[in-house]
Design a protein. Sequence first.
Length: 407
Amino acid sequence: MERPFLSNDYPNPKLMKFIKYTITPILLLSWLMTRSQTQPGDIGDLVFHLESTAIQTSLHVAYCTTNSCLEHPNSEGAPIAEQYCDTGVCGDGCLRRWPDLSGYIPPGGFSPPEYTIGRNFGQDDAEKPCYISNGINGKPSVKGGAPYGDFDQDKYLEMQTSDIIALSQDFSIFLLCKPINQTANGVWSYFGLATSKLRHDVSNNSLNIRIDGTSSAAQLTQANAVALDAWQLIEIHRDSGDMLTSYIDLQDVTNGPITRSGTMRIGYLFSDFKTTGSGAMYGEIAAFLVYDRKLNTTEVATVRSHLNDEFCLGFTLAEDGQLLSDYSKWLTYNKNTSQLIVDTRQLEGQAVTSVTVYDLSGRQVHQYQSSEPQVELLTLSMKALEQICVVKVTTTKRTFVGKVYLH
């Protein structure tokens, strides 16, 4: 996001020093706080909201490996301590339940302590998805997978029949995921329910979609729009005229004009039903948000900004949520040498005049002023900090702002 920062040739040196060391960090902190004030839950018509950071290991992750847990007579009602997990496959534990943050109240109420908010969503069978404690930039994720041992179902999550989502009109869906190269051919599902599903076509790495009321799936994105073994933010929007659009990492990748009416139903994640074998997604998911209407530009920007900040995705966003630059291309951190590295070749050919580093409290922790000839790789020695830092790079034309997780 571009921000107007004062230049170094301000006529009053004392005032400039005050602004530089006092006002600028305060302004940056204010910017960070402003961006976090509006959350996805503040936007109306949010009907499903999953984020991996909401998973509490003591309540939602299973670790029991005994036969009594494996053969529990009432796995659906068993407490978390009695939920089975094959820790040989899922070393960080198995996900029993993923709390829905949408505020939805189920017809039958809640069943504490594991289930206290949102839709009843998870997996009580012995075959559960894996909880990954450090899946995405220091934050957890959830991983699907193939059947193992004597089990006959993929690792997927499902919700109670009464909680199934039905999107009959316009909608907006956001999925933060990391698909993997799992099959040589065919298709597999990210989410859905029976004849409603978002699927991955392995032959050309595109997304295709089927909605209840249609006889077949349609190719939603351009070929090779999806990257394998990489985190990406997938968006699907349907407007009031049934026109579908899809974005991946904020880029429009829609496969031409495409319309689909009917009801989009969602009851499964990592799958579209009780799949066996290669029909489910075996990659990772960190967030999934569903709105029962198409969000406007400002609202889409809010969701993008939140996920970008929460999971350190590496986007530099304009006010409207559009991509300005991918700061992962110009900003990296070498944890072995405790050095920030700014690749000046990725800054649109602009000469760097200063680099300032702040922690999330707005405190300036490092500053570099360029008085030497330009170098392609600018390295800044930093004290190793177990936190996220904001990096502001001022060039001769504009300012770049990025974020790096020091881990």
